[in-house]
Design a protein around this ligand. Sequence first.
Ligand SMILES: NC(=O)c1ccc[n+]([C@@H]2O[C@H](COP(=O)([O-])OP(=O)(O)OC[C@H]3O[C@@H](n4cnc5c(N)ncnc54)[C@H](OP(=O)(O)O)[C@@H]3O)[C@@H](O)[C@H]2O)c1
Length: 320
Amino acid sequence: MKTRMVNNIEVSAVGMGCMAFSHGYGKIPEEAYSIEAIQNAYAHGCTFFDTAEVYSPNLASVGHNERIVGKALKDVRENVVIGTKLMLRSVGVGSVYKRIRSHLEGSLERLRTDYVDIYYLHRMSAIPVEKVADAMGRLIDEGLIRGWGLSQVDVDVIDRAQQVTPLAAVQNIYSMVERDSETRIIPYCVENNIGFVPFSPIASGLLSGMITPETRFEKNDDVRNWVPQLSGKNIAGNQPIVEMLKGFAEEKNATPAQISLAWMLHKYPNVVPIPGSKNKGRIIENLDAAKVTLTYEQLAALEASLNSLRVYGHRGLGGF
Ligand SMILES: NC(=O)c1ccc[n+]([C@@H]2O[C@H](COP(=O)([O-])OP(=O)(O)OC[C@H]3O[C@@H](n4cnc5c(N)ncnc54)[C@H](OP(=O)(O)O)[C@@H]3O)[C@@H](O)[C@H]2O)c1
């Protein structure tokens, strides 16, 4: 597969979000299935895997997902790039460095590795980002992480962090229907050689064209029940975007999900999406988005169509 640079770390042009094997999209698969799905993705050329310490069923424990990722990739560890994230609460005991290091040690053990490639702060808390950046710099110096990142942050926080310890990556929500990061954040990242890693790049499934107003999501541990674009009314409102994508997909002999990923790959050199799926076939489909080539005219036409259509529902960078 084609590769890209996330700062100075080389990764496949499309990565893999592993969250749904543990949390967020209803019933989780058997562990053996998840492990095989991750290994299949690697065999297909994927070298960039995303997890987080909090990804566990109902977010009720820690490490379920990291354990799966660790088991799946233990034999090919040096060939892959693993991103994981820590959640730091505002109030805590000990220095920020010691607290982060203790979270990291848990992740290293679960991931069966002695270093993490990209270690993200999952969400900002009241702890000043400068303190986190300083601690991350120490962990880089110690060889425990190769680079660090922030998630769901705006450009002011990114810039403050960047002044202390330069970032490898920013992981924000970004898709055809969540474009806040286009205004200032992605340009800042391009300018400062920071990788931009879009999460929920298929808008939690909306942009695959497989979700209709009649689709019912699962009752337990399914984020789609509150993703703004996926309320019954907004799924209907967003159908023109889905139909437009289907048209492009047909023309390109690709799928709507692939077009939505190819769009962002063509727009920016530093973007590496991490689509999530708990289905082996769809994981490969998403990785193959890296093979879809859009001409300048096709990209411009896609962009113009998109700009002409209203998006129903907005999650943005704030809150959850
Ligand atoms: N930093 C953060 O705060 C944060 C937050 C959320 C997620 N993430 C990361 O980002 C990754 C991806 O985000 P996400 O999973 O929320 O959203 P996503 O990739 O936009 O969408 C996942 C949903 O789309 C469906 N889907 C995926 N590919 C499809 C295809 N080709 N055709 C049809 N349906 C398809 C999946 O269903 P199936 O499983 O049935 O295929 C699943 O329901 C996560 O795994 C996680 O690693 C990070």
